[in-house]
Design a protein around this ligand. Sequence first.
Ligand code: NDP
Length: 456
Amino acid sequence: MTAADHVDFNQFMEGVKRRNPGQPEFVQAIHEVAQDIFDFIQDKTEYHEYQILRRIAEPDRVVSFRVCWEDDNNNIRVQRGWRVQNNNSIGPYKGGIRFHPSVTESVLKFLAFEQTFKNSLTGLPLGGGKGGANFNPKGKSDHEVMRFCQSFMTELYRHVGADVDVPAGDIGVGAREIAYMFGQYKRITNQFTGVLTGKGLEYGGSLVRTEATGYGAVYFLQDMLRRAGQDIEGKTAVISGSGNVATHAAEKITQLGGRVLTLSDSRGFVHDPDGFTQEKIDWVKEHKTRRRGRIAAYAEMFPNATYHEGQRPWGVPCHMAAPCATQNELSGNEARVLVANGCQAVTEGANMPTDLDGVEVFKQAKILFAPGKAANAGGVAMSGLEMSQNSARISWSEDDLQARLRDLMRGIHDRCLQYGVTDGDPAGGEYCDYVKGANIAGFKKVADAMLAYGVV
Ligand code: NDP
């Protein structure tokens, strides 16, 4: 193992592709991070000698398991579940659980990899993991969802624990699913511990956790704009998604004086030129979360709005964009349209929503671009605070937690600046490459802990 064994970026990526056949999302996530890390570690021999990047890009373990459950018509159904434990160098594995038909091992490996850097960026002692199943909660009765969650936890409980691995929600996993899984964990182990976050307030949940990801993404946007001498007030925003992250991002932008023009779901988007008021956002929350409806109904409810079936919202002219639905939902061509229409800032509420081409377009145009691993870290940061409250058996007040969330996001923004500032911003001032800043700041803390442990 010598520094002379260095491989270059292309050789490294060839190795990643060879070792992970048929896993495009995982390869894409590593590609995006490794580009920046290669520059950073160029003259840092110890990172090469100890093969740190190669080791971070290989999950500690991937657990895959069968999940059997019975539907309301007494049919036996079989799904596949996973937990990917990527890296626990700086704290217990931590990351959400996703229930969606599109879930694969590749998607969960990419999410666990990203989560490792994101959790490091929060400044809290949290490792990275992710889990889920190819189960679609849509159209299922509460009892079916309960039976699935219980079956899922009947295997998962062996691999998690308050000091081992602490899952949370993600797409398709909200308060209802967390409660079913927590109840089953408690029943099997006879322990009441903070093994999941995003719990209900009655049984160990934290105030502000629900809002944290969406609000946090907007705080990051606010910090980027402020640094550029601008503000959210008076600006228009285009948002994708209509779930937890999207609705809370819309809420915070509206509170700060911005005008949100769109929301979407997997079937299409709605455009409301009047803007989404708090009342309208509350209607969306109720309609999508409680009644599990489609966003198309918004255009029937609010007649000035239009529904665009099968389309994404990026063609609507705006000052700011917030992709808050899912991965690879904003392509290079859509990024070009946003830039051409005058979009000045993008904050990623979702994980890896902009594809590699799109990220390059934003970087070349030098607009303000906040990658998900920095911008949407408010949710996991608040989950970290839920873990602290559970351990200490206390509950902090809403005001206290709101203030902590604001500070945490400012801290993440500052950590990105530390490694992301380069010169040459055509608009004057120093341009910050937030992608690079987030990648390097997130990497360094984990890498230094790994160096300290030696080869383990
Ligand atoms: P929700 O399940 O609450 O909402 C997801 C939204 O995205 C829905 O509007 C859904 O539409 C839409 N969507 C899902 N899949 C697709 C798709 N393939 N194409 C287009 N739209 C799609 O999830 P969250 O709001 O919690 O999560 C959204 C994103 O934010 C994810 O990338 C998640 O990983 C990320 N994130 C979430 C955090 C959290 O705290 N919740 C923390 C950090 C990141 P439909 O109703 O039609 O399915």
